[in-house]
Design a protein around this ligand. Structure first.
Ligand SMILES: [Zn+2]
Length: 441
């Protein structure tokens, strides 16, 4: 556009609003106040009602302020989206997505939980059995024998089975006493699905946000019982290097580690096979765990030594497009451009009296909304893209150095590096890294 103006090919510039001309004030002001008048360019901003052709158009005086606001708006918006979520959570509004078994979203207010009596009965059964001293295994067997459906079966008609872990987790959920606790864990970033634990100061704990299913006395009693206390994510996590990040390639379920008491060895096993062995849903996937771990560590060592010698930065930068954000943003920008063209044409039609003012305003409103939604999406995506690009070079370098510096890596470091390990029934191992760049190597 600039070169067209320089060559006197254009004498008018039309944009939807000021933000189309430039995102920062200095650039926008430069155009409107100096460059356009110098070049004799008529500038029209449809939404802001600015038309430099009309000298006495009062709106022109506001132009500099509007572009300052545009500038602040884009910087601030992504922060606001996050803080809006936290505001909701601090008010005890349910924003956690899938509701716990026993509760559904209130049709009048989707951020409020109400009891679903059929599901709540299952929850009460589980708590009552636990408080009466039954083991998790006994509770599970009771649920199975009585064909009591899991929440996946009730809600999605998915064939899943009760397992000990689900029951233990359910018994620990304070939500059943009418408390809403949120922000316990949060995602590291939009594309990185890994969750990190937040310190307790960051939790939002609000009491009496919904009707309890379990009274506080029963709940507290159960918390003191052995079956609940045995379940501790962190303890289990530290058990072995790969426990919790291994998955079955054939069926997608987790791969567990089973102790063979006779031979004093640890073996892998597909948990789907273990729990439902009679149903033949999967095969055993039973291998010596030590061998699997050694294979993985050896692979990482080789890969990291190679990366270290080649200078990590080069590797990472070449693979930057591993993220789809760029494409998504470009697609959105093209669509915005198309809508803008339509708006410009429509403005011309209005100037030529081809369409009525009323029609113009109506369609304009629709276009504005479409553009706003797409722009908002792009602001978010740009931030994620930025975060990822900035993070990774530095992080991979750090991780590689840390790994190579240790005789044996810690389980925590393994979880930073590896997203999951897929174990095939023929003993093939796939490693999926948390750093997309490494997945491409
Ligand atoms: Zn399996």
């Amino acid at each position: 556009m600039i070169s067209d103006i320089e060559q006197d090919k254009i004498n008018m510039v039309v944009t939807k609003d000021l933000s189309r001309l430039g995102r920062d004030y200095i650039g926008t002001g430069e155009y409107i106040e100096k460059w356009f008048p110098e070049k004799n360019i008529r500038y029209v901003s449809v939404n802001d009602g600015i038309d430099t052709f009309y000298d006495n158009n009062g709106n022109n005086d506001i132009a500099p302020f509007k572009s300052i606001l545009n500038d602040m708006y884009s910087k601030d918006l992504s922060k606001k989206i996050r803080s809006a979520l936290h505001t909701m959570q601090s008010q005890g509004k349910w924003v956690g997505g899938r509701t716990p078994l026993g509760y559904i979203q209130d049709p009048e207010d989707k951020n409020h939980l109400i009891i679903d009596e059929d599901e709540a009965k299952i929850v009460r059964t589980i708590f009552n059995m636990a408080v009466a001293g039954n083991s998790v295994g006994t509770i599970r067997k009771f649920l199975e024998d009585n064909n009591i459906p899991t929440s996946d079966q009730i809600r999605y008609n998915r064939a899943t089975f009760w397992n000990n872990c689900t029951i233990k987790k359910l018994l620990r959920r304070e939500v059943y006493t009418g408390v809403t606790i949120q922000n316990k864990r949060s995602r590291i970033s939009y594309k990185n699905r890994k969750l990190r634990d937040n310190p307790k100061e960051q939790w939002f704990i609000v009491e009496n946000t919904h009707t309890p299913i379990i009274d506080k006395k029963t709940f507290d009693a159960v918390q003191k019982m052995e079956i609940v206390q045995k379940y501790n994510r962190n303890e289990k996590k530290n058990y072995t290097l790969l426990d919790g990040i291994m998955f079955c390639y054939e069926c997608g379920h987790t791969i567990g580690i089973k102790l063979d008491n006779r031979r004093k060895t640890m073996n892998t096993i597909c948990n789907n096979y273990r729990r439902n062995s009679k149903l033949h849903l999967c095969t055993c996937h039973g291998f010596r765990y030590d061998e699997i771990e050694e294979k993985v560590l050896e692979y990482l060592r080789k890969l990291f030594l190679d990366i270290d010698s080649k200078k990590i930065e080069i590797n990472v930068k070449n693979n930057r497009t591993a993220y789809d954000y760029k494409k998504m943003i470009e697609k959105n920008e093209k669509e915005i451009e198309l809508i803008n063209n339509k708006m410009d044409t429509m403005y011309m039609d209005k100037l030529d009296n081809k369409i009525s003012e009323e029609m113009y305003q109506r369609v304009l409103g629709k276009y504005k909304e479409e553009i706003k939604a797409k722009e908002q999406e792009n602001i978010e995506m740009k931030q994620y893209q930025h975060e990822l690009e900035e993070d990774n070079t530095e992080n991979i370098t750090k991780v590689v150095k840390e790994f190579l510096g240790l005789k044996k890596p810690t389980p925590e470091l393994m979880r930073v590096i590896i997203n999951k390990i897929r174990l095939h029934q023929d003993k093939q191992i796939d490693i999926i890294f948390n750093f997309k760049e490494l997945n491409k190597i």
